[in-house]
Design a protein around this ligand. Structure first.
Ligand code: ADP
Length: 466
């Protein structure tokens, strides 16, 4: 039998050319995978991104509109026209932008273009978070006490909250990126919070429908990478611990999680697979759980795309998730074994163009850039010296991913890499990451999703004193 990488098999099975409907580091990451597979790439870009690396490195490029995402990266007609003009056979959406747009995935099918991701129906089911909760429950996956359907009104929210007990969290059914959520501590606040949150969700997502669930006070966020194929096989590829978050946005991810032992890992991995099988999941996906202090875990949501933090899994298992996405979208079976063993410990720091103290955005030209290297260090970035960080897009400028033989070495190595990470001209969160990695509680692995709240308060108090 021909080996997986032999040219004849590649030419027979894989795409000749794909279009990447994204920008920044993830567009570059997809280009890297394509280059290794011998697949040609088409970059689309806005006028603000004409000088971007994904444009430089793609085989072809097409400008699809002005800087505002709605006029360019979110403009379905322009993206499809670009694919048709260039003769691309498939589209990789990356994360963000159109990645979880079921309507877009459906149109591609009608246009005879392959969507590198799960089926549109799966995206739709999981994108409605209230429905996803119900499907998880039906599949026998533990969910927190809460609504099985979107709430009809404020009174229904109040009634259900009284039944399950406070605190509760109100969430937008169409929510994402940590937005549209409200923690409610007591009955007096529920109706008012419901109304404001629903109005906000209506404005942000064009859908004001809300659901609620029990709010866990100090949980961990532990998610499982899964992969499914068209043949119906689903595997899990271990966990990522993502509890270090600010305003529900992840800052640091790592694998393995210090909170899991083999038994719990297996139970959570099995639950992730059960849900994925129930929705006949295809391609890469992530099942997110909350893990309570008493080691009970609950399904939170499923992300139907490649995640920002996918390199953590890639490095700790020594695999390539993006190449696998292309192969599986072309009809090949998943090549990974279930529950692969982690090799050492991996930590990822999201480096944002932000003031590390106020978290205010810091766009502008990068005047000096020096990236760290050396053993165990990977940097995924679209930045280069003289690159201008645009105010139009996400503030993440780089991901630093570091592997060590164990967690202690991974922490020391990450600190060393952060010391060698030089960015001038803009402010970045590099100094913040150094402080977190030196924090005693972080080093002990003793934290929950509330870690940053306490950490920022401690930082501010220390500053006020000095
Ligand atoms: P989004 O899709 O907007 O990222 P998620 O449902 O994934 O929203 O939740 C994001 C974060 O919010 C979680 O990682 C966790 O920190 C917090 N969170 C969500 N639901 C709960 C809950 N029921 N109890 C405690 N924290 C929660």
């Amino acid at each position: 039998m021909a080996s997986r990488s032999s040219p004849s098999r590649k030419a027979r099975v894989l795409f000749k050319k794909i279009l990447i409907a994204n920008r920044g580091e993830i567009a570059l990451r997809i280009i890297q995978a394509c280059r290794e597979l011998g697949v040609e790439t088409v970059a689309v870009h806005s006028t603000a991104d004409a000088e971007s690396l994904h444009v430089t490195y793609a085989d072809e490029d097409i400008c699809i509109g002005p800087p505002a995402p709605t006029d360019s990266y979110l403009n379905i007609n322009s993206v499809i026209a670009a694919a048709e003009i260039t003769g691309a056979e498939a589209i990789h959406p990356g994360y963000g932008f159109l990645a979880e747009n079921a309507h877009f995935a459906e149109i591609l099918e009608e246009c005879n273009l392959v969507w590198i991701g799960p089926r549109p129906e799966t995206i739709r089911n999981m994108g409605d978070k209230a429905r996803a909760r119900r499907l998880a429950k039906e599949a026998g996956v533990p969910v927190l006490p809460g609504s099985s359907d979107p709430l009809p009104d404020a009174a229904a929210a109040s009634e259900l909250a009284a039944e399950i007990g406070y605190p509760v969290i109100l969430k937008a059914s169409a929510g994402g990126g940590g937005r549209g959520m409200r923690i409610v501590q007591e009955p007096a606040d529920i109706e008012r919070q419901y109304k404001t949150a629903s109005r906000e969700a209506e404005r942000a997502f064009g859908d004001g429908s809300m659901y609620l669930e029990k709010y866990l006070v100090e949980p961990r966020h532990v998610e499982f990478q899964i992969f499914g194929d068209r043949q119906g096989r689903v595997v899990h590829l271990g966990e990522r611990e993502c509890s270090i978050q600010r305003r529900h946005q992840k800052l640091i991810e790592e694998s393995p999680s210090v909170a899991l032992d083999e038994k719990l890992r297996e139970a959570m991995g099995d639950a992730a697979i059960k849900l994925a099988e129930a929705v006949s999941y295809e391609n890469a996906g992530t099942v997110e759980f909350l893990l309570d202090r008493d080691r009970q875990f609950y399904f939170m949501e499923m992300n139907t795309r490649i995640q920002v933090e996918h390199p953590v899994t890639e490095m700790v298992l020594g695999i390539d998730l993006v190449k696998e996405q292309l192969r599986v979208a072309a009809g090949e079976p998943v090549s990974f074994r279930n529950g692969l063993r982690p090799r050492g410990h991996v930590i990822e720091c999201r480096i944002n163009a932000e003031d590390p103290r106020t978290f205010g955005p810091s766009p502008g030209p990068v005047t000096t850039l020096h990236l760290p290297g050396g053993p165990g260090v990977r940097v995924d970035t679209h930045a280069y010296q003289e690159y201008v960080v645009s105010p139009y897009y996400d503030s993440m400028v780089a991901k630093l991913i570091v592997r060590g033989a164990n967690r202690t070495e991974a922490i020391e190595r990450t600190l060393r890499a952060l010391d060698f990470f030089v960015v001038e001209g803009i402010k970045t969160t590099v100094p913040l990451h150094k402080q977190i990695l030196r924090d005693e509680a972080f080093r002990r692995g003793d934290f929950s999703t509330r870690f940053m709240e306490g950490f920022i308060a401690r930082m501010n108090a220390a500053e006020a004193k000095s």
